[in-house]
Design a binder for this molecule. Structure first.
Ligand SMILES: Cc1cc2nc3c(=O)[nH]c(=O)nc-3n(C[C@H](O)[C@H](O)[C@H](O)COP(=O)(O)OP(=O)(O)OC[C@H]3O[C@@H](n4cnc5c(N)ncnc54)[C@H](O)[C@@H]3O)c2cc1C
Length: 459
């Protein structure tokens, strides 16, 4: 595609959009905005690496990052053929039920050909190849080593951004994808727009991650998840990555964190509810440092509820809502958020006229909040199970958490429920799917029948 060929029928028809941040949400948002604006400027404070490596603006990228199917579909939409490219360069495709040995809340899940695949790779690898694809879109320019220091405003409109060196860039729309520490609330407050209400659920989890090379021997699995049931506090994930390595992330609740060196990392795995992860890692070779991360709380900023929200600004990804990484929704809800923005920009033109921004911000934040309601529910319902063992959590959340436990037990053996569970987890179906009466009756009558206590073989 070149500039002349950029067909934008039905697009919003704006002149310039600014995207703050060139991480996964910012990359998707830039591609989506390019379909609606003459030019898009993506502003990133980091120096972006030329290869598939870690960078300091996304420090969490040392840790295992699953791209859920919902997010993968969006990236493929904006960057056609991305999955094929990634697989050719070393990403590993896994069937969630057949290729992963998954011990969940007291039992091993049955292994079967689910048709539910996902791509595994390191976060730096994923971002690098998406960045390469964004660079091919002619009306997007990327300014790296450039920090956004504030916004400019006129009346009820955000009209652009001020850079660290004092330069002002004007825009019809500013898209904040600057991550969990977004300064948008601070800037809005300074202009008198007020700040969004915040929801928070404290979880206080410690993550530790390192890379291994696997012993050279045949095995019938590609990954392993050991997902404990509260009050147990230890969970672990081993996933394949490019280059034939395993990325292993250990996750401890309530202060039960793995150490920062390989000896204590391995020692910690002896406290998992079953020995399989420890046994596997004991024979593998660690090839990286151990990286640690503390995740304090699920955090949601309700831009959808702001009475005096300004026009010309939308907030997507972690900048809006940052969820417990255990459920791997962060990159995907950001990506899906950008496709919601894309749809809202088309509707806006249809309803209000080309290039007219008034009402877009509210339209978008309302639509995005419906997705975020579901993500928040899926993430926090299990978290409530963990924190409520300490006396926290509302009754309704505890009941939802108890019910989810029953569904989890069903996934040990029931293939159709296991498929639906994976679809909900991958943001392909609404969580309410798992609450319809036919599922509920099965879950409540037959849930705990027969968990595999020995790791099952591939189907
Ligand atoms: C331990 C751990 C494991 C995780 N595992 C998963 C997982 O398996 N799957 C998953 O989907 N998610 C996972 N996440 C969550 C995921 O990391 C985030 O949800 C995701 O990175 C959010 O993307 P984002 O683009 O919205 O923000 P970020 O990735 O935080 O990127 C923000 C970008 O904005 C830039 N920036 C910030 N401020 C400015 C400024 N003022 N000017 C210019 N640029 C700026 C930053 O440099 C950065 O590039 C995990 C998180 C952690 C902590």
């Amino acid at each position: 595609m070149n500039g002349k060929d950029t067909v934008r029928y039905g697009s919003f028809g704006g002149r310039h959009a600014i995207v703050i941040g060139a991480s996964t949400t910012g990359l998707a948002a830039s591609a989506a905005a390019a379909r609606h604006f003459d030019t898009v400027t993506n502003i990133e404070r980091d120096s972006l690496p030329n290869g598939p490596t870690w960078r300091k603006g996304v420090p969490q990228s040392h840790h295992g990052h699953i791209l859920l199917r919902g997010g993968q579909n969006v990236f493929n939409h904006y960057f056609p053929g991305l999955t094929t490219d990634l697989l050719a360069r070393g990403s590993v495709e896994v069937d969630m039920a057949n290729d992963i040995c998954w011990y969940h809340s007291g039992g091993w899940k049955k292994r079967f050909d689910s048709g539910r695949t996902m791509l595994c790779q390191t976060r730096g690898f994923l971002e690098h190849y998406i960045r390469q694809r964004l660079a091919q879109i002619p009306n997007v320019r990327l300014l790296q080593n450039t920090k956004v220091a504030g916004y400019t405003a006129s009346g009820r409109h955000i009209t652009g951004v001020e850079l660290g060196d004092g330069t002002v860039l004007e825009a019809d729309l500013v898209i904040d994808t600057s991550g969990r520490n977004s300064e948008t609330p601070k800037h809005l407050s300074a202009f008198g727009f007020g700040i969004p209400e915040v929801s928070e659920l404290k979880v206080d989890i410690g993550y530790s991650t390192t890379l291994f090379t696997a012993p050279d021997r045949a095995r019938d699995w590609k990954g392993m998840l050991i997902h404990s049931k509260p009050p147990a506090t230890r969970t672990a994930a081993l996933l394949p990555t490019e280059g034939g390595r395993w990325i292993v992330t250990l996750l401890g609740w309530q202060g039960d964190y793995a150490g920062g060196d390989i000896e204590s990392f391995l020692e910690w795995t002896t406290g998992l509810p079953i020995p399989d992860m420890h046994n596997v890692l004991s024979e593998a070779t660690c090839v990286d440092d151990v990286h640690r991360w503390r995740f304090p709380a699920n955090l949601r900023r309700h831009y959808d509820k702001m009475a005096a929200a300004p026009e010309g600004l939308v907030v997507i990804g972690d900048a809006n809502t940052s969820l417990n990484p255990l459920y791997a929704q962060g990159m995907s809800h950001g990506a899906i958020g950008t496709s919601i923005l894309d749809a809202c920009l088309s509707e806006q033109r249809h309803d209000v006229g080309a290039g007219r921004i008034d009402g877009l911000s509210k339209r978008f934040h309302r639509a995005y909040s419906q997705l975020l309601d579901e993500c928040w529910f899926t993430s926090t319902v299990e978290d409530y199970g963990a924190v409520s063992t300490n006396g926290g959590g509302r009754l309704v959340s505890r009941i939802a958490s108890w019910y989810l436990g029953k569904i989890t037990e069903m996934t040990w053996r029931d293939e159709s429920i296991a498929r639906e569970f994976i679809d909900v987890m991958h943001l392909q179906r609404a969580p309410m799917t798992l609450m319809r009466p036919s599922v509920a009756v099965r879950a409540l009558m037959r849930a705990s029948a027969g968990a595999h206590q020995v790791r099952p073989a591939r189907a």
